[in-house]
Each structure stands twice: as structure tokens, then as C-alpha cells.
Design a protein around this ligand. Structure first.
Ligand code: IPD
Length: 252
């Protein structure tokens, strides 16, 4: 059966690639830094330009679609997910990495309909790796199928005291590492919907498990997530985490 969202997904891949070119170019000469909500919440002109590039090109092709973009929300746009087709965009996931030229920087585009993520695209622009997932149709990196690891001993891509830890400095790439079988889990409290919308589908389509840090169902607006290769490791992480609540992304 024809996939009604295929042309949107093709467009997401094409525009993510273009955005990645812009990020690579800017790394050489345009990394002027500004701050947003706090001294460690960084934004560059490149974040803003890349988001504009993505939104403009999608608007031309799909004029009825809606957007949730990191920089648009920072500029005062709403962050409410409706049932309408919605592009959830992080133009540069790993802005701090970008500022320091630490080589893990991603363009992340999730696409949701009826509040369900239909496809996710994460372009790791410096590694030139295009991660994609379509709901019910698997996850891929540069066209090769992805599968989470079968390890029961965990390498975790965020802070925790009982597992071995690595971190790429971008939520989207951390999740793609889990989807690729290079790490067993990732968890974070404090992320936003644009950091994880695409990556969460990539993990689940690669056979992984998503939970809230309290062990319930994941809620992409809640700013908390555990992503793991299997339920046993996800639940072990849940047990270790001292969870807390932050203001939701969609808080009025
Ligand atoms: C950040 C990165 C980082 C994570 C933060 C995110 P940004 O996104 O994903 O790894 O720890 O929670 O906000 O600001 O670079 O788009």
C-alpha cells in the first residue's frame, strides 16, 4: 500500500542533508554564540538560519503542515502538539558541541500525526550518517537496517553511577547509538521534544524500548526519557534514577 507520508519523509531527508551542509560550512567560519534561558543554554546564528531553511522549504511544499522548532519556541511560538501533521525540528542538536567543533552534531526532524511520530530523521552531519525510521517499517543508517544490541551488560549514553558511561553531547545521536547497537541505553531528564521526537522512533523501530524515568509510558512533552535495547535494562535504569519533574514543553 502506498505510504501517505513518504513524500514528506523524502523531503525531510533532503532538507536535513541541505541543513547539514549549512552546519558544516558554518563550522569553518560562523560560530557566534548567544545564550537563551541560561548561561549554558547556547544558540548560534546557525541554529536560527538552519531552522528557517527547514521551515521555509517545508512550508513551500506542505503549506498546511505545522511546526514545533527549538528556535521558534525560544522566540515565543507555541509548543503544542495537535493531531495535525507537525514537523518537530532541532536544527542543531549538540549546539555546545558545534560551538567547540566537537564532532557530534545532528539535524533532527520528527514528524507527528495524531500525536504519534510517523517518521524520524537524524542527520549526524559531521559523520555524514543519515538515520531514518518510518513507523512500522524499521530504522536505517545510510540505508542499512539498524538493530539494537543483545547485550545484557549496559553501556549507557548519559550520566549514571552503576553503568559504564559514554556521551556524545547530543540526545539525537545518543539515541541513534542505542538504535545502532553501539550502546545499550540512554536516559535524560531535561531534554525537549525536538531533541527526542525523531530519535525515539529510530530506537523503537530498531527494536528498542522507551520508558518514562518512572517506568511508565514515555511522554515526549514531559522532558524525560529512557531508551534502551531491552526492557530489562530500561527497568534497571528506572530503578537507579532519582526522578524529578520539570515544567512540560507544552505547559501553558
Ligand atoms: C541538547 C543536547 C544535549 C542534551 C540537552 C539538549 P541542543 O540539545 O541534546 O545532549 O543533554 O538536554 O538540550 O540544545 O544542543 O539542541
Amino acid at each position: 500500500m502506498a505510504d501517505v507520508w513518504q513524500s514528506s519523509m523524502d523531503h525531510a531527508v533532503a532538507v536535513a542533508r541541505k541543513a547539514g551542509e549549512m552546519v558544516r560550512g558554518a563550522l569553518k567560519d560562523d560560530r557566534t554564540v548567544m545564550t537563551k534561558s541560561s548561561a549554558v543554554d547556547l544558540v548560534t546564528q546557525t541554529d536560527q538560519k538552519v531552522e528557517q531553511l527547514i521551515i521555509q522549504s517545508v512550508k513551500e511544499k506542505f503549506p498546511t503542515h505545522r511546526f514545533i522548532g527549538e528556535e521558534s519556541v525560544a522566540a515565543g511560538e507555541s509548543c503544542n502538539l495537535t493531531d495535525d501533521p507537525t514537523w518537530i525540528i532541532d536544527p542543531i542538536d549538540g549546539t555546545t558541541n558545534f560551538v567547540h567543533a566537537f564532532p557530534f552534531v545532528a539535524v533532527s526532524i520528527g514528524f507527528s500525526v495524531n500525536k504519534q511520530v510517523e517518521f524520524g530523521v537524524v542527520y549526524s552531519c559531521l559523520e555524514d550518517k543519515m538515520f531514518t525510521a518510518r513507523r512500522g517499517r524499521g530504522a536505517f543508517c545510510n540505508g542499512e537496517p539498524l538493530q539494537v544490541s543483545e547485550q545484557t551488560d549496559a553501556l549507557v549514553t548519559h550520566l549514571t553511577c552503576v553503568f559504564r558511561v559514554r556521551g556524545a553531547g547530543t540526545a539525537a545521536i545518543n539515541m541513534c547509538l542505542v538504535a545502532s547497537g553501539c550502546a545499550e541505553a540512554y536516559y535524560e531528564i531535561g531534554i525537549h521534544v525536538w531533541d527526542v521526537a525523531a530519535g525515539s522512533l529510530i530506537v523503537s523501530e530498531a527494536g528498542g524500548v522507551l520508558l518514562d524515568v518512572d517506568g511508565g509510558d514515555v511522554d515526549l512533552m514531559s522532558r524525560r526519557i529512557v531508551a534502551a535495547n531491552n526492557r530489562t535494562i530500561a527497568e534497571r535504569i528506572v530503578k537507579e534514577i532519582e526522578s524529578f519533574t520539570l515544567q512540560r514543553d507544552d505547559a501553558p
